[in-house]
Design a protein around this ligand. Structure first.
Ligand SMILES: Nc1ncnc2c1ncn2[C@@H]1O[C@H](COP(=O)(O)OP(=O)(O)OP(=O)(O)O)[C@@H](O)[C@H]1O
Ligand SMILES: [Mg+2]
Length: 1054
């Protein structure tokens, strides 16, 4: 295989960003020469290594020099800077292009991994594209004597399968172009603007223009730029007039969309998942690469799905075709992105196998001339040998000469055309340049607002100046207005006033204006570096007059900063992790960043819902996973979105992935409707409501109603190991900690036929249950104060729970339309052979009782427990029978006979012990009988032990002071201790419940002063109750233990 024609792959890892540093991330990527290793953060032994053509370590070992350039700490250090990447990749691409090959450079990686940094660069750290242009024009100037070059530049974006010309002079909608196919040309974008250039500065300006179009398009259409692919095409035409050869090559430079977007909603089910092409182009690119890799390993009849997406159509020749292709795969070094980085490495691994067939693109006319010349020479030779045929050959030569002259004329014509194009382009540049110079001048004179985008590459691109006077801000477009577009921006949104070098903003009624995280409704003065959010999410940084500006670093006011400030205003914030100080819990950080990522999206979704008249409201919630953990230990939290249909009061809860998925679909719908609305205004047509209704099942705002998990209550099972019945009133708490209802439940130890056991069944020692049968009933009696039903009466609830190792849930029958429904639900559970793991479970776990909300039109939940575990009388068997012991093998029979012998000896010893215990037992019984006759009060006391007097120690009788006889009454003081502890545990269960009640007891959000006073009174009462209960329980235990110790001491003395 010719490695030269294989796709060359480079991998680059970037430094940690602020988020990753805050999260205390670990670097999981290591590189040795050109091999890259990734380590699974959850399993240190799980490492995967990949080898590529190049591996660039840009993670550490660098410093920022006085020009702002990131360079290696020491000369020859391992840090790969922009220059070294260019030397390997950029130079190669240029060389290929100069030889007449098509060349392609693709940047692939998750959002924020450094694709644009490598391709375009930031500030002085120029990326591959500008460096390549610098070098290209340098070369052109250096070789002017041997060849004449023409460079054409075009720039486009593929967003949602639409090609947008970023250099188009018209608005975005008319800038949408079609991809066409021609037999000899392949796929191409029809009408794409190609601009002739003859210097790197011109290319830079064009790129600036393209980025500006991209930014405004993204804000106007509410499009997410990291979902779009950016393509730059440089066409290089070299005319070697001496050799009469024209070489043409196309350099495609592609900054792909963030790769994680294609994972859609992950493993979660979503009705619209199938129809969701979050990024069809990227998914298809992956399929094309896989198919091409299959071709290389010899799989036959592989279909390469180039035609499935716009991007792959345009990259057809770059992948498996006529191109020399390089891919740079960029990685985040952080452990939290292990999955994403591994998937990028796998993708890159597949890409490196792709074999292209690059050919030099010489112009066919030129080749024909060359061939004709050769033919001519041969003819002349023949001519000299065959004298009489001379005349005819001469004629042919004449013809050939004619052809050559024509050809030269043609070349000259092309050159003149080029000059013409260049002149036109120069005029354009002058205009452009004038705008840029004017902008630079104005920034030194006036305050302005600069856009801040989620994609750092697009931040600060739009600068809007606030000159002296009064300026209307909004969609309006007049000489006295500043036009801003975006979701939730009104025609007249606000007014900026610049008077006496003071700038104020005054929102119009109903418009959303946020300054530094706070909503403002009145005139507010703006200070240098204030953060402004207009509408649902148009973010701008205010830059004051030059006199107010210091040398501050504005880059800290990035998109994250705006959103964190907004979250802080909602009461959600993180303490700044000081260097060397305590780090914030990484899992909390993850939730915080999820929250601030989703917050603007939720605002946008609400705005779209409002504009599209969907009557759906979205709200972010933080879900506490401890609510569903049977041990109540899980401290993890997750962000979910509560979706409410306002008119019908239907509620859904969407996971963050599902919401993100749906948000993309909402954007698409919104854009479609915008375009249709524009069309309608043109056509003067009416509304097509019937069509909208027909599309309901594709509507991203809509879902069929389904049961919703409202909240959970923990019923601790500890009392069962002593076979003590338990009756509880549990609070059902939502995942946000709000009390949704009170649930009255019981745990009743019972016989196999379901009869309650009573006091006789109480056990001293839980281990007595081992190997024994255990029966109990779980009773759900009643539910009180159901908020869910109080809000809307056509609702219902159902309870569900799972027990021990049974993964399927039980569900109680549904109860509808009642705020305090009677449930009367009993379930008999049995363990035929209590194992130690079941005992552990009972001692340390709770049954999580889930309260499911039912709403109009939804299907009730049905138990799906394994049939084999239910007996005919409806008893559920908790434990599965133990597996049969494995058949002994021949090799172990000697060992077995040996252990059988030992066991026999142990059995004999146990039998002896048993006989002596039985004897002792008989004598004890006799003594007991005598005592009962002598002192009935002592018997009564000992049989009731603690229940008779709370302050009487377990087993200690107040009546009768015969120490010897008392001693003979108790089998051991351990049993007393066990009893005391059992009582203690029992009391602690209610103490704990009281504590939980206390913790959850909060004033309602709407409480006024009176409400708060009532709350304080109630809270003091609860605290008093709690403290009394706790005192009582502890002093009872102390009392019991002291009595046991006293008794033991006196026993030892006698
Ligand atoms: N090699 C690097 N050295 C220093 N900083 C880097 C490097 N690579 C990336 N960064 C920084 O990381 C941030 C994200 O990089 P970049 O914008 O290139 O990501 P991206 O992959 O293009 O993301 P998106 O898919 O959202 O466009 C930027 O602030 C950039 O400056
Ligand atoms: Mg980018």
């Amino acid at each position: 295989m010719n490695r030269k024609d294989c796709v060359r792959v480079a991998v680059r890892v970037r430094p940690f960003n602020k988020r990753e540093k805050d999260a205390g991330s670990r670097c999981i990527i290591s590189m040795v020469t050109s091999s890259v290793t990734i380590q699974d953060p959850h399993d240190p032994h799980n490492r995967r290594s990949f080898s590529f053509d190049y591996a660039y370590w840009s993670h550490s070992g660098f410093l920022r020099d006085h020009n702002g350039l990131y360079v290696p700490e020491e000369p020859g250090g391992r840090y790969a800077d922009q220059d070294s990447v260019f030397q390997d990749l950029g130079e190669g691409i240029l060389e290929n292009a100069q030889q007449g090959y098509n060349a392609t450079l693709l940047a692939y990686g998750q959002t924020g991994s450094g694709k644009s940094y490598s391709m375009v660069g930031y500030g002085p750290n120029k990326g591959l594209v500008p460096k390549l242009c610098d070098r290209l024009f340098e070369d052109i100037r250096g070789n002017q004597a041997t060849r004449q070059c023409q460079v054409f530049f075009s720039m486009m974006e593929i967003y949602n399968e639409q090609v947008i010309d970023l250099l188009s002079r018209s608005s975005r909608t008319s800038g949408v172009l079609r991809v066409r196919e021609e037999q000899h040309r392949g796929f191409y974008v029809e009408g794409l603007r190609t601009v002739p250039c003859d210097s790197a500065q011109q290319v830079e300006q064009l790129m600036e223009q393209g980025t500006r179009t991209r930014t405004t398009a993204a804000t106007h259409m509410n499009a997410n730029s990291s979902r779009s692919h950016m393509l730059i095409i440089l066409q290089l035409k070299q005319i070697f007039s001496k050799e009469n050869i024209t070489k043409q090559s196309s350099i495609n430079l592609v900054d792909l969309a963030g790769s994680e977007r294609q994972r859609s909603s992950g493993s979660e089910a979503d009705r619209l998942k199938e129809g969701t092409a979050i990024n069809l182009s990227l998914t298809t690119l992956g399929n094309v690469i896989s198919a091409l890799a299959d071709v290389v390993v010899g799989k036959r009849a592989v279909h390469i799905p180039y035609r499935d997406s716009v991007l792959t159509k345009l990259l057809q020749s770059a992948l498996g075709g006529n191109s020399r292709t390089v891919m740079i795969a960029t990685l985040s070094p952080a452990d939290i992105f292990y999955e994403e980085s591994l998937s990028t490495l796998r993708y890159a691994e597949r890409a490196k196998h792709i074999q292209n067939q690059a050919v030099v693109n010489e112009s066919p006319t030129e080749r024909m001339v060359k061939e004709l010349k050769a033919e001519n020479a041969r003819l002349l030779q023949r001519l000299s040998r065959l004298g009489q045929d001379g005349r005819r050959a001469n004629e042919e030569t004449k013809e050939l000469r004619q052809l050559l002259t024509n050809n030269e004329l043609q070349i000259r014509a092309i050159q003149t055309l080029w000059e013409q194009h260049l002149q036109d382009a120069l005029k354009d540049w002058e205009l452009q340049y004038a705008t840029i110079t004017q902008e630079r001048r104005m920034i030194q004179m006036f305050p302005s607002i600069h856009n801040i985008n989620e994609d750092a590459q697009l931040s600060g691109v739009v600068k809007l100046f606030i000159r002296e006077g009064e300026w209307d801000v909004g969609l309006c477009d007049s000489p006295q207005s500043i036009t801003i577009r975006g979701l939730g921006i009104q025609e007249h949104h606000a007014v900026f006033r610049n008077e006496q070098r003071r700038v104020t903003v005054t929102p119009h009624q109903g418009s959303k204006v946020i300054v530094n995280g706070q909503t403002v409704t009145q005139t507010t003065e703006l200070q240098h570096l204030d953060r402004l959010i207009l509408g649902s999410n148009s973010t701008y940084l205010f830059i004051g007059y030059p006199s107010e500006r210091g040398g501050e670093d504005c880059s800290r006011y990035d998109y994250d900063y705006f959103q964190s400030e907004l979250a802080a205003a909602e009461g959600i914030h993180l303490g700044e992790s000081s260097p060397g100080g305590g780090q914030t819990d990484p899992s909390l950080l993850a939730v915080f960043y999820d929250y601030i990522k989703l917050m603007p999206m939720v605002a946008e979704a609400n705005q779209m819902s409002q504009e599209l008249k969907k009557d759906i409201e979205f709200k972010l919630e933080i879900k506490n996973l401890a609510a569903s953990d049977s041990k109540g230990h899980d401290l993890e939290k997750d962000v979910v979105v509560r979706v409410t249909s306002l008119p019908r009061k239907q509620v859904w809860v969407w996971s963050k992935n599902k919401f993100v998925n749906r948000k993309f679909l909402m954007e698409e719908l919104y854009q479609q409707q915008q375009q249709q609305a524009e069309q309608r205004t043109v056509d003067q047509g009416g509304q097509d409501t019937s069509r909208a209704a027909a599309l309901q099942d594709k509507d991203p705002f809509w879902d069929p109603v389904e049961p919703l998990l409202l909240g959970t209550a923990h019923l601790w099972l500890q009392s069962l190991v002593f076979r003590i019945p338990l009756e509880e009133q549990l609070e059902v708490l939502s995942s946000e900690g709000r009390a949704e209802a009170i649930l009255q439940v019981q745990l009743v130890p019972c016989s196999s036929t379901g009869l309650p056991l009573g006091e006789d069944g109480i056990l001293m020692d839980p281990s007595e249950l081992l190997g024994q049968r255990l029966d109990f009933q779980l009773v759900l009696d009643q539910c009180f104060g159901l908020h869910w039903v109080r809000e809307a009466h056509n609702r219902g609830v159902q309870f569900g729970f799972r027990i021990f190792d049974c993964s399927q849930p039980f569900y109680t029958p549904a109860v509808w339309n009642q705020v305090n429904p009677l449930l009367h639900h009993h379930i008999h559970l049995t363990s035929l052979h209590t194992t130690s793991s079941l005992l552990d479970y009972l001692q340390s776990s709770a049954v999580v009782l889930e309260m499911w909300a039912l709403q109009d039109g939804c299907t009730e939940l049905v138990s799906s427990v394994d049939e084999g575990r239910m007996t005919s009388d409806g008893t559920f068997i908790m434990d599965t029978p133990p597996p049969p012991p494995p058949a002994p093998s021949k090799a172990s029979s000697a060992e077995l006979s040996c252990s059988v012998k030992t066991l026999q000896q142990e059995v004999t010893q146990l039998q002896r012990l048993n006989a002596s215990l039985m004897k002792e037992n008989t004598s004890l019984r006799e003594q007991l009988h005598n005592t009962r006759n002598d002192c009935p009060a002592a018997w009564y006391c000992s049989s009731l032990f603690l229940d008779s007097d709370p302050y009487l120690p377990a087993g200690v009788c107040a009546a009768g002071d015969d120490g010897g006889r008392r001693r003979s009454l108790r089998p051991s003081c351990d049993a007393d201790l066990a009893r005391a502890l059992k009582v203690f545990y029992h009391s602690m269960t209610s103490v704990r419940a009281q504590l939980q009640r206390l913790c959850r007891h909060r004033p309602s959000d709407e409480s006024d002063l009176l409400g708060l006073r009532l709350f304080v009174n109630e809270h003091s009462r609860l605290t008093k109750d709690f403290s009394e209960q706790l005192d009582q329980t502890v002093s009872r235990l102390k009392h019991d233990v002291a009595a046991i110790v006293r008794w033991k001491r006196s026993a030892n003395c006698s």
